[in-house]
Ligand binder design. Structure first.
Ligand code: ATP
Ligand code: MG
Length: 573
C-alpha cells in the first residue's frame, strides 16, 4: 500500500510525513505516561496507601500530558497539511510541465476533460494520501511496537498475543486490495468518461437545443450517471464490508487483551495497576491500525488516481532533449510522410515542397487530408512516419515555441478573445503602433468595426460573439498578418467572407507570398489560380502537382473540380 515512486517523487513532503509521525508517537508516549500514573494511583487508592498529595500529583501529571498532547497533535496535523500542500504543488507543477512539453499534440495522449480531472480531483485524492494515510501507516507500525515494549514489560505473554493480532488488520486489507484495485480503476475510468461527456454536451448545448437532441443527450448522460452511481455504491459497499471486518479484528483483539490481562491478574502474575494499564492500552494497540483501515480506501482511491497521473506523466515526448531554432527563410519539405488516426490512414507517402517566397496551394475534396497536413506542420500531431524538414532540419528537433513564432496558422475557426479589438491585435506582436493596427484592419476591409467612438477600444465579447462570422474571420486574419512570421498557413481562412472582402484579402495573401512562405488551403479554386505551385490531394495522396495552367491542361481532379466550380459560379452570376 505504499507507492514507492509516488513517495520518491514527492521530495520534501517526506520530511513532513516524518515530523507528523514523530509528533503522533510523542503523543502516544504522553498517553502511556498519563495512563501509567493514573493506574498506579488507582492501585494506591485501592490498597489505601495514598492521600490528597497523590491525587494532586496525578492530576498535575495527567493535565501536563494532555496539554502537551494537544500541542503535539496540532504540530502533527500542521505537518500533515504541509505535506499535502507540497504534494499538490509538486504534482500540479509536474502535470503542467508535462502538458507544456507535449505542446499542441497533447490531445494525442489525453483528453482535455480527463486531464482536468486528474489535475484537480486526482491530485486532491493524493493530498489525503500524503497528509492522512501515509503518516497513519507509519504510526500504525510504530505504535504497536512501542506498546509491545510497554505491555511486554508488564506481561510478555499478553503483549505477544496482542502483537500477533495486530497484523490481522493489514492482512484483511491486503485481502480486499486486489479486488478493490480493479474496482477503483473502473470507478475512475467511468468518472473521467462522465466528465468528458458532460463537458462536450455543455459546449454543444446550443446545437443540441437547435436539433432538439438535448433530451436524448440528457438520457444518455443519465444512463452514464446511473452506471457511475452503481459503481460508486459498489465501492462504498466494499469499503463498508472491509471496515466491518477490521472492526471485528480490532475489537476482538482488544477484548482478548482485556481477558488475558484479567486472567493474569487473578492468577497473581501482574499487579492491579499492570492489569488496568493493559486494559486501557490494549485498545490503543489496535486503534491506529483500525484508523489506517478506514483511510485505506482513500489511499486506494489516491493510488488509482496516481496511476492515471503517472500514465500521463510517462507519455513519451518524441525527440526529447535540447531543441533547435527554426531555420528561417528555408523551404518546408515533406519526405514520404504518412499519418493515421487510429487504424485509418489519412496521409499516404506525401512528398511535397513549400518553397520560400512563394505561394503553394493545397486543394482537394473535403476530407482528403488538407488540414491534417497543416496540423502536422504545426505539431498538433506528431505520430507520423517519414520526415518534415525546414532547411534540412527535422521538425521534431525544432523547439515548439520556435514553430509558433515562425509559422502562423490561420483558419476559419480562430479564437477571438473577450476584451477589445486592440487586445486581440496586440497579442500578435510586441509594441505594435496604432497606425500598424489601423493599416492592417484597412487591408482586411475591417474599418467598419473601429468606426465608432471607441475605435480600437471597441469591446469584444467572449469568442467575438458581438461580431459577424465574416468580421470575426477578418479580425483573425488581421491579427495573423500582424504576427509577421516567415511562414503562413491559410486554411480556408476566407471561407466565411463576402467576395469583395475575399478578393482584397487574397490580394494581401499573394503580396505576402512575395517575401514569405505561404501555404494556402482553399476549396475555392478561383483563389489558387495565381499560386506558384498547386498540389491536389485525393484520398490522402498527392495526385497532381503544378501551376494552374499546367494542371488545367492535364486531365485530372484539378481540371474537373475547377471546371465544375467555374460553371457553378458563372451559373450563379
Ligand atoms: N481528430 C481526428 N480524429 C480522427 N480522424 C480525424 C480527425 N481529424 C480529421 N480526421 C479525419 O481525417 C481525414 C482528413 O481530415 P482533414 O481535416 O485533413 O480534411 P480536409 O481535407 O481538411 O477537409 P476539409 O476540406 O473538409 O477541411 C478526414 O477523413 C477526417 O475524418
Ligand atoms: Mg480542412
Amino acid at each position: 500500500m505504499v507507492n514507492k515512486r509516488l513517495i520518491n517523487e514527492m521530495g520534501s513532503a517526506k520530511k513532513y510525513i516524518f515530523v507528523n509521525v514523530f509528533f503522533q508517537w510523542l503523543s502516544l508516549l504522553l498517553n502511556i505516561t498519563a495512563i501509567s500514573r493514573l493506574t498506579s494511583y488507582i492501585q494506591a487508592v485501592y490498597y489505601g496507601n495514598t492521600g490528597y498529595d497523590g491525587l494532586v500529583r496525578v492530576v498535575a501529571v495527567v493535565a501536563v500530558c494532555m496539554a502537551a498532547r494537544y500541542l503535539f497533535t496540532i504540530r502533527a496535523s500542521r505537518a500533515g497539511f504541509r505535506s499535502g500542500e507540497k504534494v499538490k504543488q509538486t504534482l500540479r507543477e509536474k502535470i503542467y510541465k508535462k502538458l507544456l512539453s507535449l505542446g499542441p499534440s497533447y490531445g494525442e495522449s489525453v483528453k482535455t476533460a480527463q486531464l482536468v480531472q486528474i489535475a484537480v480531483e486526482g491530485v486532491d485524492q493524493l493530498d489525503t494520501y500524503f497528509s492522512a494515510y501515509l503518516p497513519r501507516l507509519f504510526y500504525a507500525m510504530a505504535s504497536p511496537l512501542t506498546l509491545f515494549l510497554v505491555i511486554g514489560w508488564i506481561d510478555i505473554s499478553v503483549a505477544v498475543v496482542l502483537l500477533i493480532c495486530v497484523p490481522l488488520i493489514p492482512v484483511s486489507i491486503v485481502a480486499v486490495q486486489r479486488w478493490a484495485k480493479k474496482l477503483l480503476s473502473k470507478y475512475w475510468g467511468q468518472y473521467t468518461d462522465m466528465g468528458d461527456t458532460f463537458l462536450e454536451n455543455l459546449q454543444g448545448m446550443t446545437t443540441l437545443k437547435i436539433y432538439g437532441a438535448d433530451e436524448m443527450k440528457n438520457q444518455e448522460m443519465n444512463r452514464q450517471a446511473e452506471k457511475f452511481r452503481k459503481i460508486t455504491m459498489r465501492v462504498l459497499t466494499m469499503q463498508l464490508n472491509s471496515i466491518s471486518v477490521m472492526d471485528l479484528v480490532a475489537y476482538g483483539g482488544a477484548t482478548t487483551g482485556v481477558i488475558l490481562a484479567l486472567k493474569s491478574y487473578f492468577a497473581g502474575n501482574i499487579t492491579l495497576a499492570g492489569c488496568l494499564m493493559i486494559i486501557l492500552l490494549s485498545a490503543e494497540f489496535f486503534i491506529p491500525m483500525r484508523q489506517l483501515g478506514s483511510f485505506f480506501h482513500i489511499a486506494m482511491n489516491g493510488m488509482a488516481a496516481a496511476d492515471k497521473i503517472f500514465d500521463f506523466l510517462d507519455v513519451t515526448v518524441s525527440g526529447r532533449g535540447e531543441k533547435g531554432n527554426y531555420p528561417s527563410g528555408a523551404d518546408i519539405v515533406f519526405h514520404d510522410v504518412s499519418f493515421s488516426y487510429g487504424d485509418r490512414k489519412i496521409l499516404k507517402d506525401i512528398n511535397m515542397t513549400f518553397a520560400k517566397n512563394s505561394l503553394t496551394a493545397i486543394v482537394g475534396t473535403s476530407g482528403s487530408g488538407k488540414s491534417t497536413i497543416a496540423s502536422l506542420i504545426m505539431g498538433r500531431n506528431k505520430s507520423y512516419s517519414g520526415q518534415i524538414t525546414a532547411g534540412g532540419k527535422n521538425f521534431k528537433d525544432i523547439d515548439e515555441g520556435q514553430i509558433f513564432e515562425n509559422i502562423t496558422y490561420v483558419s476559419h475557426g480562430d479564437y477571438i478573445f473577450k476584451g477589445t479589438i486592440r487586445d486581440n491585435l496586440a497579442m500578435a506582436a510586441n509594441e505594435l503602433t496604432e497606425k500598424q493596427m489601423f493599416d492592417v484592419l484597412k487591408s482586411v476591409n475591417l474599418m467598419e468595426i473601429v468606426d465608432g467612438e471607441k475605435g480600437l477600444d471597441t469591446p469584444i465579447d467572449e469568442r467575438g460573439e458581438n461580431l459577424s462570422g465574416g468580421q470575426r474571420q477578418r479580425l483573425a486574419l488581421a491579427r495573423a498578418i500582424l504576427h509577421d512570421s516567415p511562414v503562413y498557413i491559410f486554411d480556408e481562412a476566407t471561407s466565411n467572407i463576402d467576395v469583395e472582402s475575399e478578393n482584397i484579402i487574397m490580394e494581401h495573401i499573394f503580396r505576402l507570398a512575395k517575401e514569405k512562405t505561404v501555404i494556402l488551403i482553399s476549396h475555392r479554386l478561383a483563389n489558387v489560380v495565381g499560386a506558384d505551385r498547386i498540389y491536389t490531394l485525393e484520398d490522402g495522396r498527392i495526385s497532381q502537382c503544378g501551376t494552374h495552367i499546367s494542371l488545367l491542361n492535364t486531365r485530372g481532379v484539378y481540371s474537373r473540380l475547377f471546371n465544375s466550380q467555374s460553371a457553378l459560379e458563372n451559373y450563379c452570376l
